[in-house]
Design a protein around this ligand. Structure first.
Ligand SMILES: [Zn+2]
Length: 225
């Protein structure tokens, strides 16, 4: 059976147990991993990230259960099977190239015009702040976004830094700090239940000794650009 049939059947079957008569579910090629749904009292329609298209049936079943419990008022969170499957090395290994193809705003290169993200990464490693992980993809953005200076896809292990920082005007410690911030998201890992910048995150981020100075720099940068 095709995985899309498995998806549809599982959602219909489990939906029935939750009192939904009409359930639709299909895979959609979203760039980011996400699930969208619409529902009324008796029907529900799910658009599921196609990064799950090769997931084993028990992962689909777990997802289905957590979604129905969520839309009917319980906050169950993703199943253990699903989290395990999505954080296995194979997941990012196979999906990272797809994600990068879909991310049109990324140069897919760590080498910028003036700065090299690999060098920044090396400095953070030398400072003992991170451990080198060859599966992490570092890239610049094409557009120089000022509001969003960095982004990390924890699942895809892709870190992008805004090309607004790709200039000799920016001191290395500011760039390194921005990269470190995104790497902290990777170190903490996939945890949809936790807030994005929680207590654990702040503690980790505070290990960067010139953090406040770097924050000051970024504040000024956003004022003048
Ligand atoms: Zn962040």
């Amino acid at each position: 059976m095709e995985t899309e049939d498995i998806l549809r059947n599982k959602f219909r079957e489990i939906g029935k147990e939750y009192g939904f008569d009409k359930v639709e579910a299909e895979f959609v090629a979203f760039k980011e991993f996400k699930i969208r749904w619409q529902r009324s009292y008796k029907w529900a329609d799910f658009k599921v990230s196609d990064y799950l298209a090769d997931a084993p049936p028990e992962v689909i079943e777990g997802l289905c259960n957590s979604l129905f419990s969520k839309i009917t008022g319980d906050e169950e969170g993703y199943s253990e099977e699903m989290c395990r499957w999505m954080t296995a090395p194979e997941f990012s290994e196979y999906k990272q190239p797809v994600y990068l193809r879909r991310s049109r705003n990324l140069t897919r290169s760590a080498k910028g015009e003036a700065k090299d993200l690999e060098s920044a990464y090396g400095r953070l490693e030398e400072a003992g702040l991170i451990e080198k992980d060859p599966s992490v993809h570092l890239t610049w953005t094409r557009e120089s976004n000022v509001r969003k200076i960095g982004h990390c896809s924890v699942l895809m292990k892709v870190i992008s830094i805004s090309s607004v920082l790709d200039t000799d005007m920016i001191p290395d410690f500011v760039l390194d700090y921005c990269l470190y911030h995104e790497l902290c998201h990777l170190i903490i890992g996939f945890d949809p239940a936790a807030g994005k910048h929680g207590e654990e995150f702040s503690k980790l981020e505070a290990k960067y000794s010139k953090r406040e100075e770097a924050e000051e720099w970024l504040k000024r940068l956003s004022m003048y650009l």
